[in-house]
Design a protein around this ligand. Structure first.
Ligand SMILES: Cc1cc2nc3c(=O)[nH]c(=O)nc-3n(C[C@H](O)[C@H](O)[C@H](O)COP(=O)(O)OP(=O)(O)OC[C@H]3O[C@@H](n4cnc5c(N)ncnc54)[C@H](O)[C@@H]3O)c2cc1C
Length: 666
């Protein structure tokens, strides 16, 4: 079992508490009650702070920290917490109490209102440790500079994943270079500048575990704040000299003789360069290449038409006749904002969505919360744990197909039917008095077939307005003046926004990767992209993918947690190759096949595979290629320490062997 005493240092570096009693009382009034309770334990070491109260009730929405205590109970809890915080301040803000392993689990179970098993202690402690960064790269033996110098790494992409890979490689002292096709860092959060763009996981969790002290302005941050966060990571870790912006990787070839990758790079001015690296890390994103459907007559349109990820900087929306094509995650965020500015807004909906209405989706971080992140030990970590909802990290019954359940096309199990009922009730509540709209936006396929979208309710409010039209008839064609729908109705338009998502099935495209024997990665995959843990692929030595096939999270957590798991595997594998003095390692075919078979069998049990509606999760044959069916804990365990036994290995060619071109492969 992981030891809780690994919790060290990070939380000791917080600013001391200097505020007077009255200020503290006001600040504490801002804090979610359950997080306040568990964080206070670190000040006193007294678990009775939790034990004397009834267990909190389950969260009603993500990161609901109310515990649903009565007002009277809450007042007493806050008063007790205030006493503890004042005593901690008066003692000079000493090193916080480090709970034992069973105590941490008790605290996590209390906060999550459900049992958290001791298997979770490892990831939980890592997440709580914050600035101490227990996931940092560590060598298992001394490795000289020459060995590291023999293993330069090229990272493609400076989004969240590429920045993370760079930070870990830098910690390891392994030489690396990052190429990024954009002029700035942040990937998704650099490119998606449409109005309303924000994360749908609280930022306390959607952030690096080692950089939790960041002062987020909102609970669910908007694009500009996320872009600023990733730029702050680049700055804090001094990555700028390693990143070449405006440089796109076009093609990578494995040189079998020299055992390194040769990478064709193209600069924004068209100039080309061939770079070399021992290992390549693809961090090109999964949602990076916009998908725009082909619609007849598109060339004739006189207005402006563009994808949400290509939002024009000079665009004026005020008083314009705007259309949005698509109403999934992006559309849901943009529509309420566009409705505010447009003289008319026409929404072309292909498929209605299940929406999770979240009352705190647009709420700013409260003054007290910002203060607590800076001053209260472990507060940020527990906010993060609350948003990560560890008790929920188990096989989701509501998403699994029950073979005994009558498959009526609307649900796949009793639990799934129950979820649908709750979603439909929410639609009926939000659109009460508008049966026409209820009919149009009620999905007629099982819940969770697609990823449910998060909304504050703004979508439903928007479509009720007189100047907003929801068209469900489908699009026939563009004309010079707008769009004609399949009923022959013309919709005059100035602006058309494609909220049509991304080209997700062509992982790592359009880059061509030629592995051993010259085989190209996409040919190797055919219609079924995949790899061991979604990271490594047989036949492609020293090649690693972040956010690769089968790693999109389907039911819990967030992509940053996954990326931290992936990068630990990637740098762990590179580190082991260097320690073992290997030129190259390649995941074994049978290890990969075993993993993929188990994964595909599990995926077939999920509603994503049932095929009751379109979804980007599935390839042309209806097989799910994008999502992970595994829990966060499983992925954390499997990626923690790669084993060289799972890889084919190529020991280092000696200089003499190099000169003679000798084959020293096993
Ligand atoms: C609108 C939106 C909202 C999202 N919201 C959430 C959320 O709420 N929670 C969650 O967990 N996840 C969310 N995601 C998914 C995921 O967290 C983000 O996409 C995240 O940014 C992924 O990071 P990444 O670095 O892997 O990929 P990206 O952010 O896509 O970055 C990839 C980078 O690689 C660069 N690149 C690509 N090809 C090349 C090339 N050939 N040469 C050089 N550079 C290249 C790109 O320019 C880009 O900068 C969201 C995604 C989108 C699109």
């Amino acid at each position: 079992m992981e030891r809780a005493d690994r919790m060290e240092q990070g939380n000791d570096r917080l600013a001391p508490i200097m505020e007077d009693d009255a200020t503290l009382e006001t600040l504490i009034g801002d804090l979610g009650i359950v997080v306040l309770m568990v964080a206070t334990v670190h000040l006193t070491g007294d678990l009775d702070l939790l034990r004397r109260w009834p267990k909190p009730r389950a969260m009603r929405f993500t990161a609901d920290s109310s515990g649903q205590f009565t007002a009277e109970q809450e007042a007493t809890i806050r008063a007790d917490a205030l006493t503890a915080i004042k005593a901690y301040r008066d003692a000079g803000s000493p090193a916080p109490y480090r709970p034992t392993a069973p105590e941490i689990l008790e605290m996590a179970s209390f906060m999550g209102a459900a049992e958290v098993s001791d298997a979770y202690l490892g990831p939980l402690v890592e997440e709580l440790e914050g600035a101490a960064d227990p996931r940092a790269f560590r060598w298992s033996r001394d490795v000289g500079a020459a060995a590291k110098a023999r293993h330069p790494v090229l990272v493609i992409g400076a989004g969240m994943s590429g920045i993370l890979a760079a930070i870990r490689l830098q910690q390891a002292g392994i030489p690396f270079r990052v190429v990024e096709k954009n002029p700035g860092a942040g990937g998704t959060w650099h490119e998606n500048r449409y109005p309303g763009c924000r994360v749908d996981i609280p930022s306390t969790a959607y952030s690096f575990s080692f950089m939790q002290d960041y002062q987020w302005p909102s609970l669910y941050s908007v694009q500009a704040d996320l872009e600023a966060y990733f730029q702050a990571c680049v700055d804090r870790y001094g990555l700028a000299p390693h990143i070449d912006y405006g440089v796109e990787a076009i093609r990578c070839d494995w040189d079998e003789e020299r055992r390194l990758w040769s990478i064709r790079l193209r600069a924004a001015d068209g100039g080309e360069e061939i770079a070399e690296a021992r290992s390549v890390v693809s961090a090109v994103g999964f949602l990076n290449r916009p998908f725009v459907p082909t619609i007849p007559g598109a060339d004739e349109f006189n207005g402006r038409a563009f994808h949400t990820a290509r939002w024009p900087a000079d665009l004026a929306l005020e008083g314009k006749r705007i259309a949005v094509i698509g109403n999934a995650a992006t559309g849901m965020q943009a529509i309420p904002e566009l409705a505010k500015a447009a003289s008319s807004l026409t929404i072309f909906q292909r498929t209605p969505q299940y929406l999770s209405i979240h009352p705190e989706y647009h709420r700013p971080i409260r003054t007290g919360e910002a203060w607590a992140v800076a001053h209260l030990p472990y507060f940020a970590g527990w906010m993060r744990a609350l948003a990560s909802n560890w008790p929920n990290d188990r096989e989701p019954k509501h998403m699994l197909i029950d073979p005994e359940w009558p498959q009526d096309g609307l649900s796949v199990s009793a639990a799934n039917a129950g979820a649908r009922q709750r979603y439909v009730a929410a639609i009926e509540g939000a659109l009460a008095g508008r049966p026409d709209l209820i009919d149009k936006v009620t999905p007629r396929y099982p819940a969770f077939t697609k990823r449910p979208c998060v909304t504050s309710g703004g979508f439903y409010e928007a479509i009720k307005q007189d100047h907003v039209t929801l068209v469900t008839e489908g699009i026939a064609r563009f004309t010079a003046d707008g769009i004609v729908d399949n009923d022959g109705v013309s919709h005059p338009l100035d602006i058309v926004v494609f909220a049509t998502g991304f080209d997700v099935q062509k992982f790592v495209s359009p880059i061509l990767f030629h592995g051993r024997g010259g085989v190209e990665l996409h040919d190797h995959w055919g219609s079924l992209p995949g790899g061991y843990l979604g990271i490594v692929v047989p036949n492609f030595p020293n090649f690693y993918m972040m956010y690769g096939p089968g790693t999109n999270l389907g039911y819990n957590g967030n992509q940053i947690f996954n990326a931290e798991c992936q990068v630990r595997f990637v740098t762990g594998a590179i580190g082991k190759a260097i320690e073992a003095d290997l030129d190259a390692i390649e995941i074994r075919a049978e290890v990969t096949e075993d993993y993929l078979e188990r994964t595909r069998a599990k995926l077939r049990q999920f509603v994503w595979s049932a095929g009751h509606s379109t979804s980007y999760f599935r390839n042309a044959n209806g097989e799910v290629t994008t999502n992970s069916p595994w829990s966060l804990l499983q992925y954390w365990q499997w990626t923690k320490a790669p084993s060289l036994g799972d890889f084919e290995i190529w020991p280092r060619k000696t200089d003499a062997a190099h000169a003679q071109g000798a084959d020293v492969a096993p």
